[in-house]
Design a protein around this ligand. Sequence first.
Ligand SMILES: *[C@@H]1O[C@H](CO)[C@@H](O)[C@H](O)[C@H]1NC(C)=O
Ligand SMILES: *[C@@H]1O[C@H](CO)[C@@H](O)[C@H](O)[C@H]1NC(C)=O
Length: 196
Amino acid sequence: MRCLIICFLIYVSLTDVTTAENSVVEFHMEKSSNRNPCTYFENERVAVGVEGLINCTWYAPNACCKRTEVTSVFSRMPPLYGASQECTNHVNYMMCYFCAPDQVYWYHKDQDRKVHVCIDFCKSVHHHCQGAMYEGTRIGDVYQNGTSFCEAQNFHVIDGKQNCFKFDPGVFDLANTISGSGLLVLVLSFITLGFQ
Ligand SMILES: *[C@@H]1O[C@H](CO)[C@@H](O)[C@H](O)[C@H]1NC(C)=O
Ligand SMILES: *[C@@H]1O[C@H](CO)[C@@H](O)[C@H](O)[C@H]1NC(C)=O
């Protein structure tokens, strides 16, 4: 099955930037002693606050990715035609997996090196995106169900709710309700983190 959207984008984009990023000095290291390890990445990276994180903004207070990596992945994303807001939200959330600070629970460096994704997330992304078009193909025509969609992204589908990557609709509800003050909320979370 052809790998659409997520796995290709992330593979290409992250292999590009990782080399460039190695020379960048890590700030915040002194605060990181009891942060979760970022198992998706090769070096000894831990989750830290990332100021000005775009696209995967909900992870800004505690993220495994860098701003440049997210920019690189999202700038290569071809448009999904006819995608509802729900579809876009689901795909964006799925693409941000490498930022998630809890990846140690569902990405095992020493095992299969695949994102272990909860089946419910796969079902809902498939449900909301089946009518959308990607590179001239209707997603629902290529993938009959959520499992085949996620497996085509090179994810490993977990038939359960534990130790798997799951969707959090709350991050988008928040953005919709308070759109203008979203930045303020982020700024406030940084301030709070700083004084803990
Ligand atoms: C990612 O964020 C940038 C800057 O906010 C925005 O222009 C772009 O449309 C976003 N990309 C996606 C796919 O949401
Ligand atoms: C999902 O679709 C694939 C073919 O695309 C099929 O082989 C598989 O049995 C389906 N799984 C479920 C749970 O329906």
